[in-house]
Write a protein that binds this ligand. Structure first.
Ligand code: 5GP
Length: 123
């Protein structure tokens, strides 16, 4: 383990177990992508590994090369599937307390469909 222990009750673990539904965008052996339940842009899709990883730090330390390759490729596939490749998009991984991570299962947000403004809001 690298960082905090994985909590099997987190909402994305429950989605992966099929206990609660999601609007699937993409899936392969290692990765699942689905629409964010509270979209903050016209395109707002979450990409998660199927393995039990809390954060990018944990994933980088423990995941196999095949899982890491699949995750990175899935982000690109989601951008293509959602039609934001040409106009551009943003990939964001909130991590830990200061990063504002709410769900303790690694995920990246893929935002697009409108100009996304400056990198950070001022608050
Ligand atoms: P974080 O703040 O951890 O980076 O982002 C967690 C994201 O998960 C939020 O954007 C939130 O809207 C989304 N989310 C939380 N619960 C659910 C859920 O049950 N289903 C889906 N599809 N998204 C969720």
């Amino acid at each position: 383990m690298s960082g905090p222990a994985y909590d099997d009750t987190n909402i994305f673990a429950r989605i992966l177990r099929g206990e609660i539904p999601c609007k699937k965008v993409y899936e392969d052996a290692h990765t699942l992508a689905f629409e964010d339940i509270h979209p903050q842009a016209p395109v707002h899709t979450l990409v998660i590994p199927k393995g039990k990883y809390v954060s990018m730090r944990d994933f980088a330390a423990r995941a196999g090369d095949d899982e890491i390759a699949a995750f990175v490729r899935a982000i690109g596939k989601v951008a293509a599937l959602k039609g934001v490749e040409d106009d551009g998009f943003r990939v964001l991984a909130n991590t830990g307390i200061n990063g504002g991570q709410e769900v303790p299962h690694l995920h990246v947000h893929v935002f697009g469909g409108r100009p996304l403004g400056s990198m950070l809001t001022r608050n």
